[in-house]
Ligand binder design. Structure first.
Ligand code: HEM
Length: 502
């Protein structure tokens, strides 16, 4: 009897092994038809990046992508990854309503963002996206212009103390301004990060991104068990408690105040600081919840945390690159200034209205060209949930598809002289006829960025404040800047500028 059982177990183990091996064999055979560097068993191509300095990684990926242009493969240990850079090939993935599942690497964001809009997939993502889309309606964004302006004014006042022609890193100033903006618009709460630089919450937002990156770059921290026990993991979870504790508290307070209002308690038109009350994304989500579309506290927290994550680093680097590029191109900076003078001629100190922001046509072209050359999110990744044919190759299910937004924006077939900064590329007649996936800083298709209009309005407001008040110069040459593309694309050594008052 024992022999029969043992035989059966052995047969099952053999059959399962045969299926796994044949699947791996097929995967390996298909993937290795694509060009790419020599891969070694188990390690794949990781040997090429393991000892690479952080600031050299982008240059390395750039060389590799150009060498095998327009498509190549690499192996992250046993995991195959296909790199896609041509707009026509990006379209195949991004436009698909099937290929909407994020790559496994996004699981590093799970402890922080849970299964929110950025990381979820399938029916959960569909229903969330439908629910959240109205929160980004134009009328809601209109109510945020005042917030953008209020925070930008604080920024300009702080920068006045630095505008002595000496160089300094403007990046932390812009980060704190963007943090103030997203806190107020997402949660309706003011942390005043710009004055309160020592706040636990502000430090936690900073640290959590840094610790997430440290984990991604350290293969020995991949396992949750090991990570939790490591010093990096312990620090990570301490910071996570601060972040989640804060958002949880804000959600509870908002819910309570809505309950009080329903119970007949009259809410004043003004908040504790004497400012007119504004609607935040969280209010919109709570409204949806009261309309019967149930979102648990956990769901609300995931979405608020996702806005906090996606909504400040991305715009910070976006604005930083505009300042760097304008520092290198004083002629373009003067054209932007002339446009701003034209708009605000009656009162140089006036806060912008939505109409003013819409009139900043040239600044918008500058922002777009800057996002072309330096897209805030240079690479995104999906998991192939089915076989897919690209450039004559069959890419099997379960492969990681890494989409190089950075390289699509430099494809010489679509962008003549791709390295040249030229905002006129976005003149209406030059945009016409361009491939729809040649320019995708906000991704494209069904999983594009829900916050893109918000981002451009915020950037226009803050940049217009800075440029109305200061002339910006840069110190380092563009070609000497080393980039890092961890979560967002930024200059490794900060954004060093000189400001002089206008
Ligand atoms: C210049 C600024 C920004 C850039 C360049 C940018 C870029 C992107 C990109 C490339 C994606 C796709 C990510 C992926 O597929 O992995 C994305 C998704 C997303 N972005 Fe943005 N983003 C910006 C600002 C914002 C802001 C301000 C918010 C919120 C207030 C926001 C919220 C989101 C969300 C929630 C998603 C996930 C959408 C979904 O999957 O349905 N983003 N963004």
């Amino acid at each position: 009897m024992l022999d029969v059982t043992a035989l059966l177990v052995a047969a099952v183990v053999l059959a399962v092994t045969a299926v796994v091996v044949s699947r791996r064999w097929r995967l390996w055979r298909e993937i290795d038809k694509l060009p790419g560097e020599l891969a070694i068993p188990l390690m794949g191509n990781m040997y090429r990046v393991l000892f690479l300095a952080r600031e050299d990684a982008i240059a390395h990926f750039d060389r590799e992508t150009k060498k095998y242009w327009p498509i190549h493969r690499s192996w992250l240990g046993p995991i195959p990854e296909v790199h896609i850079s041509k707009p026509e090939h990006l379209e195949k993935v991004l436009a698909s309503s099937e290929l909407i599942t994020k790559a496994d690497s996004y699981s590093f964001l799970h402890p922080w963002l849970g299964d929110g809009l950025l990381t979820s997939t399938g029916p959960k993502w569909h229903s969330r996206r439908k629910l959240i889309t109205p929160a980004f309606h134009f009328s809601i964004l209109d109510n945020f212009v005042e917030v953008f302006a209020e925070k930008a004014e604080v920024l300009v006042n702080l920068l006045k103390t630095k505008a002595d022609g000496k160089s300094f890193d403007i990046y932390p100033y812009i980060t704190r301004c963007a943090l103030d903006i997203i806190c107020e618009t997402a949660m309706g709460t003011s942390i005043d990060a710009q004055h309160n630089t020592e706040s636990d919450y502000v430090a936690a937002v900073y640290n959590i991104a840094e610790l997430t990156i440290r984990r991604v770059m350290s293969p020995w921290l991949l396992s949750d068990f090991v990570f939790r026990l490591s010093p990096t993991g312990k620090k990570f979870y301490r910071q996570l408690n601060v972040l989640h504790g804060f958002t949880r508290k804000v959600i509870q307070q908002k819910k309570q105040s809505r309950k009080n209002r329903k119970a007949g308690e009259k809410e004043t038109q003004f908040d504790d600081l004497g400012r007119k009350r504004r609607v935040a994304f969280l209010d919109m989500l709570l409204l949806e919840t009261e309309d019967g579309k149930k979102l648990t506290d956990q769901d609300l927290q995931e979405e608020v945390d996702t806005f906090m994550f996606e909504g400040h680093d991305t715009t910070t680097v976006g604005m930083s690159w505009v300042l760097i590029l304008l520092g290198h191109h004083p002629d373009v900076q003067e054209k932007v200034y002339a446009e701003l003078k034209d708009i605000f001629h009656d009162d140089p100190k006036r806060s912008p209205t939505m109409q003013d922001l819409q009139n900043m046509k040239y600044l918008e072209m500058v922002i777009k060209e800057s996002l072309r050359l330096y897209p805030s999110v240079p690479f995104i990744a999906r998991r192939a949930t089915q076989d897919i044919q690209i450039a004559g190759y069959n890419i099997p299910e379960s492969t990681t598809l890494t989409l190089h937004i950075y390289h699509a924006h430099r494809d010489p077939d679509h962008w003549p002289e791709p390295e040249r900064f030229d905002p006129d590329r976005f003149l209406p007649d030059r945009v016409q006829g361009r491939h729809p996936f040649a320019y995708v800083p906000f991704s494209g298709g069904p999983r594009n960025c829900i916050g893109q209009k918000f981002a451009v309005l915020e950037e226009k407001t803050v940049l217009s404040y800075i440029l109305r008040n200061f002339r910006v110069e840069t110190v380092e040459k563009l070609k000497d800047l080393k980039l890092i593309g961890e979560l967002v694309l930024r200059p490794f050594k900060g954004v060093i500028v000189k400001l002089t008052p206008r």
